[in-house]
Design a protein around this ligand. Structure first.
Ligand code: PLP
Length: 422
C-alpha cells in the first residue's frame, strides 16, 4: 500500500463510508475519453460517467479549452451585484432548451442545493399568495434528491436516511413507488394511490417533487410516463406546484433532452446539475416559470438564497461549451445507439437465476440482482477486467459517457457477469 492510499484510508471520508473500515478506493491519476487511468497503469473503461456527469467523456479538448480560457480571464466573482457573460449565456441556453415557460434561472453550487432552492421557491410562493399552510411536499417512494436536510426529507424514507434523523427532518407525504414500468400504461392502483393522497392533503401541499420517469440513486427504477402525466394533471387540479428534479436525467441521458419530455410534462420548477458542466465543475440551476417567479417577487418579495459560488464563471463557461458540444455532436443518435446495444447485450442476463430484473432506458442499463452485491469484491473483479462499474445494494448498472464506442460498451456489459452475487 503506498503513502497516498494510506493517508486516504486513515484521514478521508469517501461517500457513505466509515473511517475505520472503508471500502478500498483506487488511485486515479488521469482520465481521457472513456478511460480512467490508475496509478499502477491500469486503464478502466468508464461505465459510470462519474455519476451521470461526464457525458462527453474526460479531458475533452473543447471543454478544457473553455475552462482554461475563462480561468485566465476571470475564474470567479461574486454574483451579488455583479453579472457576466458566462452566466448570462448559460442562462440563455437553459431557458431556450428546457420546456416552455421555465424562464427564470437561479444558479447554485450543487444539485442538493438546487433542490433546497426549488423547495424554498415553492414554499415562498405560497407564503406570498397568503397561503402559508401550503408548505408540505409530496413525493414518491424510491426517490433520491440529495443529501442536505431539505433534500433528504424527500428521499425514500427507508433507502434514504430518515431513521437516522428522526425528529429532525420535516415530515412530508410519500406516494407508493409506481409499479407501472416505463413504456407500459399506468396501472389503476398507482393512479389511485397518489390521487387519494393529493385529495386528502392538497390544502397543506406546496408541491410535488419527483424525478421524472427515471428514479436514480434511490433504486434505478424507470416508471410509466403516464404516471408522470397523471401527477401533473393532479397538480393542476388541486393547485399544487410540480418540481421536476432532472439533475440525473437532464441533457439527454434517458433518450430525450429532459425526461419530462417522455410525458410532455412541463413542471413549474426544474432542477439541473450533474451533466450541466459536462462533469468538469460543480454547478447547478433551478429554473422556475413566471407564475412562481412573479408570485414570489410580487409586493417586493425576494427569493432568499445566495450561495457563494452561484453562477461561477468558469463552471458556466464549461457548461456553455458542454451544451454546444451536445447539440453539435448528434447526442440523440448516440444515446439511441447505446440504448439499442444495452438492450441487446443485457437481455440474456434476464435468464440468469441470480438476476431479478433487467431494464434499459436511453444510455442507462440496469441489472437488478436477487442478492445484495458485495461492492468491494465486485469492484476488484471489475478493475481486474479493466472496467469501472460501481454497484450499490442489488443494482449493477452502467451509464457511460455518450461518446463510448460499441467495443468498449460490450466490455462493460460483459463484465457485469463478474459482479453477480450468489
Ligand atoms: C445527484 C442527485 C442530486 C444531488 O446532487 P449533488 O450535486 O450530489 O448535490 C439530486 N437529485 C438527483 C436526482 C440526483 O441524481
Amino acid at each position: 500500500m503506498n503513502d497516498l492510499l494510506d493517508f486516504d484510508r486513515q484521514h478521508i471520508w469517501h461517500p457513505y463510508t466509515s473511517v475505520r473500515s472503508p471500502i478500498p478506493a483506487y488511485h486515479a491519476v488521469s482520465a481521457s475519453g472513456v478511460r480512467i487511468e490508475l496509478a499502477d497503469g491500469t486503464e478502466l473503461i468508464d461505465g459510470m460517467a462519474s455519476w451521470w456527469c461526464a457525458i462527453h467523456g474526460y479531458s475533452h479538448p473543447v471543454l478544457t479549452a473553455a475552462l482554461s480560457a475563462q480561468a485566465d480571464k476571470m475564474a470567479h466573482v461574486m454574483f451579488g451585484g455583479l453579472t457576466h457573460e458566462p452566466a448570462v449565456e448559460l442562462a440563455r441556453r437553459l431557458v431556450d432548451i428546457t420546456p416552455q415557460g421555465l424562464d427564470y434561472v437561479f444558479f447554485s453550487d450543487s444539485g442538493s442545493v438546487s433542490v433546497e432552492v426549488a423547495i424554498k421557491m415553492a414554499i415562498q410562493y405560497w407564503q406570498a399568495q397568503g397561503r402559508p399552510k401550503k408548505h408540505r411536499l409530496l413525493t414518491i417512494r424510491g426517490g433520491y434528491h440529495g443529501d442536505t436536510f431539505g433534500a433528504m426529507a424527500v428521499c425514500d424514507p427507508v433507502g434514504g436516511m430518515h431513521a437516522l434523523f428522526q425528529g429532525v427532518l420535516p415530515q412530508h407525504l410519500f406516494a407508493p413507488q409506481p409499479s407501472s414500468r416505463f413504456g407500459e400504461p399506468l396501472a389503476a392502483a398507482d393512479a389511485r394511490a397518489v390521487e387519494a393522497l393529493m385529495e386528502a392533503h392538497a390544502g397543506e401541499m406546496a408541491a410535488v417533487i419527483l424525478e421524472p420517469v427515471v428514479q436514480g440513486a434511490g433504486g434505478m427504477w424507470f416508471y410509466s410516463a403516464e404516471y408522470l402525466r397523471h401527477v401533473e394533471q393532479l397538480c393542476r387540479r388541486h393547485d399544487v406546484l410540480l418540481i421536476a428534479d432532472e439533475i440525473a436525467t437532464g441533457f439527454g441521458r434517458s433518450g430525450t433532452l429532459f425526461a419530462c419530455e417522455h410525458a410532455q410534462v412541463v413542471p413549474d420548477i426544474m432542477c439541473l446539475g450533474k451533466a450541466l458542466t459536462g462533469g468538469y465543475l460543480s454547478q447547478a440551476a433551478t429554473l422556475a416559470n413566471g407564475r412562481v417567479a412573479d408570485g414570489i417577487s410580487q409586493d417586493g418579495g425576494v427569493l432568499m438564497h445566495g450561495p457563494t459560488f452561484m453562477g461561477n464563471p468558469t463552471a458556466a463557461a464549461v457548461a456553455i461549451a458542454s451544451i454546444d458540444l451536445l447539440f453539435a455532436g448528434g447526442w440523440q443518435a448516440r444515446v439511441h445507439a447505446i440504448e439499442e446495444q444495452l438492450a441487446r447485450e443485457l437481455a440474456p442476463y434476464a435468464d440468469d437465476r441470480r438476476v431479478a430484473d433487467v431494464r434499459v432506458l436511453g444510455a442507462i442499463g440496469v441489472v437488478e440482482t436477487v442478492q445484495e452485491v458485495d461492492v468491494a469484491s465486485a469492484q476488484r473483479a471489475f478493475v481486474a477486467e479493466g472496467v469501472w462499474i460501481r454497484p450499490f445494494r442489488n443494482l449493477i448498472y452502467v451509464m457511460p459517457p455518450y461518446v463510448i464506442e460499441p467495443e468498449d460498451l460490450s466490455r462493460l456489459t460483459a463484465a457485469i457477469a463478474l459482479g453477480l452475487p450468489g
